[in-house]
Design a protein. Structure first.
Length: 423
């Protein structure tokens, strides 16, 4: 007896499922289409300085900070083209000899626009990859516009980036150079003001008598913006904006009338003070105003120094020394028998009490040299070898021999300002 075996096709079940799937697809597609029409609202409230992270469910896409805050050497080859901008892939313009920086420009963007390399533009303008450029700043885009550098290969130099509190005298002394050489190498005068971030040329010993003007890229604080503006993007914090702009959080708060508990929001426009303007304000605050008595005594010091042919730097040293010793007052008292503007001591040969209390004679004694009223007894500034290359505080200390040798430095900013006022 034979038994028939009926085989069920293995694909019948799969076909059933496929049919059901096909019937379901239109409904699913309708469901997906409905979901795509639901708007998604993202509201970001930013913490001002705590740098709190956005909630895990909020996919925040941050807008980059204003391009003017980006380092000059950054490469933005993938940036969107905008009016006045040309991406690297676009046709380039003929490069002019010089170009005036516009708001939002970067060195790499300018280089791409005119078919130049970023390193070439940096080199033509004496900039490094971390340099900031400012609207209105003029950049050289051809070797013809840049100062001649023919003497550069045989005149090796190095540079120093100015830090807050630096002085030309201090920078020169730290590198074993004379102040006058460093001033000449940078086209500066004794009364010139230097700024944090400024690049100072430091000639080598072999080139110390040469003025390497080709390497000078002078700062132009008068054309640098006192402030700029930045529009807050979702995810920004004040501390992040401040760090990118190179200023303190408190500086931004003060510039915008905000407090530490204030809130910021996307679209809000903040004023960003420039580091140069802030540094200038700090220097102005550091200057001690001259009273009528102080001004009279400072004028005597300057007049006596000028009559002796003392340089402006020597006058700054004398003013700083007198400010530290007596507050620029002709005191009839002091430590032990110290008297007068410079607190000179009769007991160690500076003169009689009456002589030491004479501001003109006391100043002649401080400067010394051929007009020293105490020849062979006391030593003045002009009799100290290499005083021109010393810092203000070291040169003053060499004359005064104070128990507090580092206290003269705090008067240097004021002394320079006073000299500028007195002429």
């Amino acid at each position: 007896m034979s038994t028939e075996v009926h085989r069920i096709p293995a694909t019948s079940g799969a076909s059933e499922k496929t049919d059901r799937s096909r019937r379901a697809q239109p409904a699913e597609r309708r469901g997906r289409g409905a979901l795509l029409t639901v708007p998604i609202v993202l509201v970001g409230t930013l913490a001002i300085s705590l740098n709190l992270a956005a909630p895990a469910h909020a996919a925040v896409v941050k807008k980059p900070l204003n391009p003017r805050f980006v380092e000059a050497g950054a490469d933005h080859s993938s940036a969107r083209s905008a009016p006045g901008r040309v991406s690297k892939s676009a046709a380039t313009e003929t490069a002019p000899a010089q170009y005036s920086v516009a708001q939002g420009d970067t060195v790499s963007g300018i280089a791409a626009r005119f078919g130049l390399s970023t390193p070439a533009v940096l080199s033509l303008n004496g900039l490094d990859s971390a340099a900031l450029i400012f609207p209105g700043q003029v950049l050289n885009l051809s070797a013809a516009a840049a100062p001649s550098v023919a003497a550069a290969p045989s005149t090796p130099v190095s540079t120093h980036t100015v830090q807050s509190g630096d002085t030309i005298g201090g920078i020169a002394a730290a590198h074993g150079l004379s102040t006058d050489v460093v001033l000449a190498a940078n086209g500066l005068e004794r009364s010139s003001v230097i700024y944090p971030g400024q690049s100072i040329v430091l000639p080598t010993a072999e080139s110390a008598t040469i003025v390497p003007a080709a390497f000078i890229t002078p700062m132009a604080p008068a054309t640098a913006p006192a402030a700029s503006q930045y529009t807050i993007a979702s995810g920004d914090t004040i501390s992040a904006v401040a760090a990118t702009a190179g200023v303190k959080v408190q500086d931004i708060l003060d510039a915008n009338g905000l407090g530490w508990s204030s809130m910021i929001y996307p679209g809000q426009v903040l004023t960003i003070p420039s580091p140069e303007a802030l540094a200038a304000a700090e220097r102005a605050e550091a200057v001690t105003p001259l009273s009528s008595e102080m001004r009279q005594n400072a004028s005597t010091i300057v007049a006596v120094g000028r009559s002796l042919g003392v340089s402006d730097y020597g006058l700054v040293i004398a003013l700083a020394a007198a400010a530290q010793e007596s507050g620029l007052k002709n005191l009839d008292y002091g430590d032990r028998d110290s008297l007068g503007l410079f607190q000179q001591r009769p007991s160690v040969g500076w003169g009689t009490p009456e002589q030491v209390l004479d501001p003109t004679r006391a100043t002649l004694a401080f400067f010394g040299g051929p007009s020293n009223p105490n020849p062979g007894v006391t030593r003045g500034l002009l009799e100290i070898a290499g005083w021109e290359s010393m810092t203000v505080t070291d040169a003053a200390q060499a004359v005064q021999i104070s128990a507090f040798p580092n206290h003269y430095a705090k008067w240097e900013i004021s002394a320079r300002s006073w000299l500028g006022q007195l002429g």
